[in-house]
Design a binder for this molecule. Structure first.
Ligand SMILES: [Zn+2]
Length: 273
């Protein structure tokens, strides 16, 4: 019997063949779709939640040819938005050095920029607890390095945006509103001080938060990023994001087909950082 994954991909491929994705793409002009990655690794290597360099290159090439890829300023404002095209923003969580090594050259070659959400305490050498999950799954140690200030400065130099992914990746649902604001604010201050730049964007660890935290956090950040799936308007300051795992998945995600399909299945629940 075919696996769920195979059925899902057959559905996406059939919809693409029928032109359904193209129709959905054209329907979303002026909106902003944010896609989410964690790691980009050399071809032939394996790591949970990662895409290979070749896959990433294919995906970014498709995005550049079929959508308007937008950047984010350090202040957290969209850069290069168009109202006659579907805008797509590429983002990376957790601050793995592998994204600097393997994703940035691909982005630069295509003239694209992306945002990278870093852990403030990792800039100071602290290791978040979630790395144990990767280690248990046998990920090679070198792929698990997290960015230090010198890496983050390279991102800025390459025209990328650096945002905050909190102090050290705690679950914000366990925080009071005051604790959430304190963590997010301190992480911003640490990154700003380490890099000498403004930080105006924040992505919740695992996408977890409590709704009352949003308004107070918007007093300190221009834009907040979740992992709830969806399409954003250009004015949204709390933005949905969709994680991406392959070219087929990217096409379905960017067009919105993945959301159409998920309406019929269970709600998305993030299981990874
Ligand atoms: Zn994360």
């Amino acid at each position: 019997m075919p696996s769920r994954q195979t059925l899902k991909y057959s559905f996406f491929t059939a919809a693409e063949t029928l032109g359904l994705q193209r129709l959905l793409l054209n329907n979303a002009t002026g909106r902003v779709r944010v896609v989410l990655f964690h790691s980009v690794i050399p071809d032939g290597e394996t790591m949970p939640n990662a895409v290979t360099v070749s896959e990433f290159h294919q995906q970014m090439t498709w995005l550049a040819q079929n959508t308007n890829v937008v950047g984010l300023t350090q202040e957290g404002h969209w850069r290069g938005l168009r109202d006659d095209a579907l805008n797509v923003h590429v983002s990376f969580d957790d601050g793995f050095v592998n994204t600097l090594t393997h994703a940035v050259p691909v982005l630069r070659a295509l003239g694209l920029t992306a945002s990278f959400f870093l852990l403030a305490e990792a800039l100071r050498g602290r290791r978040p607890a979630f790395l144990e999950t990767y280690q248990r799954r046998g990920t090679r140690k070198q792929l698990l390095s997290l960015m230090k200030p010198e890496h983050a400065r390279e991102l800025l130099h390459a025209g990328m945006c650096v945002g905050s992914h909190s102090q050290i990746h705690c679950d914000f649902r366990a925080y009071s509103t005051a604790q959430a604001v304190d963590d997010a604010k301190r992480s911003r201050d640490t990154i700003e001080e380490a890099l000498g730049c403004r930080v105006g964007a924040f992505a919740f660890p695992w996408g977890f938060f409590s709704p009352p935290q949003l308004a107070p956090l918007l007093a300190h950040y221009e834009r907040l990023f979740l992992t709830a799936h969806g399409l954003n308007t250009s004015a949204d300051r709390v933005c949905c994001r969709n994680e991406v795992e392959s070219l087929t998945h990217l096409k379905a995600t960017v067009s919105g087909l993945v959301d159409v399909k998920s309406l019929a299945s269970s709600r998305y629940a993030p299981t990874f950082p």
